[in-house]
Design a protein around this ligand. Structure first.
Ligand SMILES: *[C@@H]1O[C@H](CO)[C@@H](O)[C@H](O)[C@H]1NC(C)=O
Ligand SMILES: *[C@@H]1O[C@H](CO)[C@@H](O)[C@H](O)[C@H]1NC(C)=O
Ligand SMILES: *[C@@H]1O[C@H](CO)[C@@H](O)[C@H](O)[C@H]1NC(C)=O
Ligand SMILES: *[C@@H]1O[C@H](CO)[C@@H](O)[C@H](O)[C@H]1NC(C)=O
Ligand SMILES: *[C@@H]1O[C@H](CO)[C@@H](O)[C@H](O)[C@H]1NC(C)=O
Ligand SMILES: *[C@@H]1O[C@H](CO)[C@@H](O)[C@H](O)[C@H]1NC(C)=O
Length: 595
């Protein structure tokens, strides 16, 4: 982050302290002559020196008004650091001109108020009669090639799955049929065969229902870019060269950076959604064999916030949001009824697992977990194979989760799985084996204190110590299980995406929580800029630690999970073969669909 030259003052604070002004005649003349020289130097060093740069000449003709402030701040400011003279900058000149007088030169303290183009937006939250104050979202009107056109060509969106049926019903997919609901595992309404990569469309459609949309970007708390980033890259992940994979991303940032909105904060108030794992957008090199696009490495994308279903622990420009489940309530009651059902179910299995082994990954603990499920009388397994199996049937999966107290959620090819959200929706307490599977990911949506809603068994306990899951889970008292399950059930509203065609009355869904978090992030950044706060010790590689900090904390240090997140380059630690390496394998995940 760039350090600002001078302390910022809030414009509404600036009238204070200007009242006394002892203008003796001599002072006045001295000021006049000083100003004359300053002006001469200013003209010489700044205006003339830059006169082949049209942008800077504009700084002469400034009229203070909201619209030009926005314009002004898009332009590169002339830099005074190298000149040996103190030259009044444009804001001081404006003030002088407005008062039809001269800058008060005796007031040595350079308490210049910076006028930030986002001040108007920041101040909307002080307007008590505006329920949307501080919450406005401006949505870019992107050309249709960045979104709608992809839906028209839905057949090309995946090599194995015909995505056309999954983009119906505003992205929810086809309703789950009556005959699918064999054991009555779903409630009456709100259930769809939703694809795990459909968040691009669902989120975009949910945005259309957002109650504080604005067409005036100068009051926006954040700016949404409705690009279907996940759909875009899914078309080209397999069998296309890197220029095809990067084309839309480069086209998009070119388009965005030409908009006046970009200049407000260099894109740091922009956010977009890609309903896939971050590794699909983080190609490290220009090698054709390397995986994915380089969207998240583009300079413009480094300034934006991208919401993905799995974020990178080591990067600051992506944030994890829940995978979609099969449940998309249209009203509060749909949720309350479901929660009540999940409270009162009889759960005959202590633990269960739905998934496939990873025989080609020697570090995977899935084989061990599958063995334990098979061996235990209180364990249940739904094994996924290639082709048709019960593992791909939403009702079989949900039925098993609904009959289990605990649901095992080991890593797949990457840290996270959709299954974690399906199991919590079923009121089943998740058991995680790697902090990257949830705790460092969904910090906006899940409690920071993970022991409240989940069980953590480090992978090495399974891998190296062959720990018995059954024994470990039996140590948790039935009373404690009940408290944890209630916590899981209470989280359901914020983990599901409501039906984008209607609106929950009071409950906040996964979309609402995400948008609020983006707004908070941008608002805090703006306040930091105004108050001239810079975190000089910020190390992007520690992003996952910052995400775990409580409100008001800024410092990170050694963490008990460090071994889980030592970078691949270190060659040791559990993450050796995760990240980009596993992204290369994620096609298997997609082929197997639910594993
Ligand atoms: C405050 O909000 C109300 C309602 O949206 C609006 O009419 C009014 O102009 C706002 N006031 C200011 C100072 O922006
Ligand atoms: C990449 O592939 C596209 C079509 O698949 C082709 O038109 C283009 O020339 C290729 N670009 C490079 C640099 O190979
Ligand atoms: C990103 O933000 C930084 C800091 O505001 C700025 O210097 C840089 O030019 C921005 N990048 C782009 C591509 O706008
Ligand atoms: C986390 O939650 C558990 C269970 O509710 C509680 O015993 C523990 O004190 C909490 N830890 C912190 C740091 O709040
Ligand atoms: C793990 O423990 C179980 C029973 O406790 C045993 O049957 C199995 O052989 C052990 N596996 C390994 C790899 O040691
Ligand atoms: C990490 O992975 C590389 C290649 O993927 C391998 O050569 C190396 O042995 C691995 N290191 C450890 C400690 O597993």
């Amino acid at each position: 982050m760039r350090r600002r030259r001078m302390a910022g003052f809030l414009p509404f604070q600036m009238d204070k302290g200007n009242s006394k002004n002892p203008n003796s005649r001599i002072c006045f003349l001295a000021s006049l002559s000083a100003f004359f020289w300053f002006f001469l130097f200013y003209f010489h060093f700044v205006v003339l020196n830059n006169n082949n740069n049209n942008n800077n000449i504009n700084t002469k003709n400034i009229i203070i008004d909201e619209s030009t402030i926005l314009h002004l701040h898009q332009l590169p400011k002339p830099t005074f650091e190298s000149t040996p003279f103190h030259v009044p900058d444009e804001n001081q000149l404006i003030e002088g001109n407005q008062k039809m007088g001269l800058p008060d030169l005796k007031q040595e303290t350079p308490k210049k108020e910076e006028v930030f183009s986002f001040m108007r937006a920041l101040r909307t939250s002080e307007n008590k009669s505006d329920p949307c104050g501080g919450k406005y979202i401006y949505v870019h009107d992107l050309p249709s090639r960045f979104n709608e056109d992809m839906l028209k060509e839905c057949k090309s969106l995946s090599l194995w799955t015909n995505m056309c049926k999954f983009t119906t019903n505003a992205g929810l997919g086809p309703p789950l049929e009556e005959e699918n609901n064999i054991e009555g595992v779903f409630s009456e309404t709100g259930w769809y065969a939703t694809n795990q990569f459909a968040v691009d469309v669902i989120f975009n459609n949910r945005m259309k229902q957002y109650e504080c949309l604005t067409s005036d970007s100068s009051i926006a708390a954040a700016i949404f870019v409705p690009f279907y980033a996940g759909f875009d890259i899914a078309r080209y992940l397999w069998g296309y060269n890197i220029s095809m994979r990067d084309a839309a991303s480069i086209d998009l940032v070119d388009w965005l950076m030409k908009r006046p909105e970009w200049g407000i904060m260099n894109g740091r108030d922009h956010f977009l959604v890609g309903g896939r794992i971050t590794w699909d957008f983080r190609r490290l090199s220009e090698e054709e064999s390397d995986w994915g696009s380089k969207l998240l490495f583009l300079p413009a994308a480094k300034n934006m916030s991208m919401l993905v279903v799995e974020s990178s622990p080591w990067n600051a420009n992506d944030f994890a949001i829940p995978y979609p489940t099969y449940f998309h309530p249209a009203k509060d009651d749909d949720v309350f009824i479901w929660q009540d059902r999940m409270r009162n179910l009889e759960r005959k299995w202590l633990f269960s697992f739905a998934g496939a082994p990873r025989p080609d990954n020697p570090k995977s603990i899935r084989g061990n977990l599958i063995e334990q499920c098979r061996r235990s009388k209180v364990g249940k397994l739904l094994e996924c194979d290639f082709g048709e199996s019960k593992c791909h049937s939403p009702s079989s999966i949900m039925q098993m989760f609904q009959s289990s107290l605990f649901c095992l959620q080991p890593q797949g090819d990457s840290y996270t799985r959709r299954s974690a959200f399906d199991s919590m929706l079923a009121g089943c307490i998740p058991v995680f084996f790697h902090p990257g599977s949830a705790y460092t990911q969904y910090t906006w949506h899940l409690p920071k204190n993970y022991t409240k809603y989940s069980v953590f068994i480090p992978e090495d306990d399974i891998r190296k110590r062959n720990v018995s899951i059954e024994e470990r889970l039996r140590q948790i008292s039935m009373e404690q299980v009940k408290i944890m399950r209630e916590e899981v059930i209470s989280l359901i509203p914020r983990l599901v995406y409501a039906d984008p065609r209607s609106k929950l009355e009071t409950l906040k869904d996964a979309f609402d929580v995400s948008v609020q978090a983006v707004i908070d992030k941008v608002t805090n950044l703006r306040k930091d800029i105004v108050e001239n706060r810079v975190d000089e010790n910020f190390i992007e590689e520690n992003s996952w630690k910052y995400a775990l900090l409580d409100e008001g904390q800024h410092e990170v240090g050694p963490h008990e999970w460090d071994p889980f997140f030592s970078k691949p380059k270190d060659g040791n630690g559990d993450s050796n073969d995760s990240s980009a390496e596993s992204a290369k394998n994620s096609w298997k995940n997609e082929q197997r669909n639910h594993s």
